[in-house]
Design a protein around this ligand. Structure first.
Ligand code: HEC
Ligand code: HEC
Length: 301
């Protein structure tokens, strides 16, 4: 009986510590930011409907800087040359209509710097009226593929600025498979790639003020809530940051989070699969123990 009491006290104390102190300390250390559920409420609702056909010809102005892979339109220059002109490589636009919020995308074309809340955004305004903007958005919605992988979402929205070491992603693409010379051990192709990446990263750091961090394990370092509200509006968590608001819709955010989770916490699916097995084991074990007890006590009554 005494042991039970001691156990009760210890258990209660642990719970109080866990539920009371830990979340309290957490709320003191990180200010809580409420998200806006990706509504981008600061931007006015669109008053016009887009026409994809008109948008198609207007979008020809975009390929002066961007590629559109789904339409086999290549970028006018490679990532490193683009960074030398703009500080960063303009993303491929195949997924823009699928992963960006429609209202955000249209306002973004009219005024990139203000809408992304970054003081300098290397893209000039690229639509001259709300109608043109809506038409371009309608066009990009019409060409977007049906299925998008988490990685494709990440590459489109974040990959030009953030590497992901665990997935061998760099800002200029996947790390290529190369071989060393057998006699010297020197891998010239790998060195060539490193030099290109270094040139890109130096330009990017000049443009952003610092090199954006590798995001391999950010999913473990930051809470899901922090990441979601930060991506929705970086200024809400880091006032003055150079990271732009990228304007993802729900599907876009879901893809990016799934990718970050897959590289940051790769054993989670395994762990979650173990839970039910352990519970199943206990149920079976309890049942056997019960049968055993019954058989032992049989005849003793
Ligand atoms: C003069 C070159 C140039 C032109 C023309 C241009 N862009 Fe861009 N665009 C850029 C650069 C550079 C970036 C990346 C800037 C950054 O990340 O700071 C960018 C970024 C973007 C993004 C990513 C925005 C986000 O939310 O992260 C989209 C979408 C986009 N452009 C769409 C378009 C469309 C559509 C057009 C044509 C109507 C267009 N751009 C024309 C240079 C250009
Ligand atoms: C145009 C470049 C650019 C793009 C695109 C971009 N970021 Fe960033 N990001 C930055 C920079 C620069 C920083 C460093 C911010 C600072 O310290 O002020 C940063 C910081 C971060 C951080 C660290 C925040 C912290 O305090 O730990 C996270 C997380 C992050 N970005 C996630 C993303 C995700 C996810 C995407 C895609 C949805 C993305 N970023 C797109 C430039 C970018």
């Amino acid at each position: 009986m005494k042991e039970l009491k001691i156990f009760g006290i210890v258990a209660a104390f642990t719970l109080i510590l866990y539920w009371g102190v830990e979340p309290f300390a957490h709320s003191q250390m990180h200010k809580h930011v409420e998200g806006d559920d990706l509504k981008y409420s600061d931007l006015k609702p669109l008053t016009v409907k887009g026409d994809a056909k008109r948008g198609e010809s207007l979008a020809m102005a975009c390929i002066g800087c961007h590629s559109i892979d789904v339409k086999n339109m290549p970028a006018p220059m490679d990532a490193v040359a683009a960074a030398q002109s703009f500080g960063v490589n303009p993303p491929d636009l195949s997924l823009a209509g699928k992963l960006l919020d429609e209202k955000f995308f249209a306002h973004f074309l009219l005024n990139p710097a203000e809408v992304t809340k970054s003081k300098h955004f290397a893209m000039p305004p690229s639509a001259s009226s709300e109608q043109d903007a809506a038409d371009i958005v309608a066009y990009f919605k019409s060409i977007a593929p049906k299925e998008v992988t988490p990685k494709e979402g990440y590459v489109f929205a974040c990959g030009r600025c953030h590497a992901n070491r665990y997935d061998k992603w760099t800002q200029i693409g996947d790390v290529p498979k190369t071989k060393s010379n057998i006699k010297t051990g020197v891998d010239l192709d790998a060195l060539e790639f490193k030099k290109k990446l270094g040139t890109y990263q130096n330009k990017l750091a000049d443009y952003m003020g610092k090199l954006p961090p590798d995001l391999s394990i950010i999913y473990r370092a930051r809470s899901e809530h922090f990441l979601e509200t930060f991506i929705e509006d970086p200024q809400s968590q880091l006032p003055g940051t150079a990271m732009p608001r990228v304007g993802l819709n729900h599907e876009g955010l879901e893809k990016v989070m799934a990718y970050l989770e897959s590289t940051g916490d790769p054993s989670k699916p395994k762990r979650e699969a173990i839970g039910p097995k352990v519970l199943g084991f206990f149920v079976i074990f309890a049942f056997l123990a019960f049968l055993w007890k019954k058989s032992i006590w049989k005849g003793h009554h």
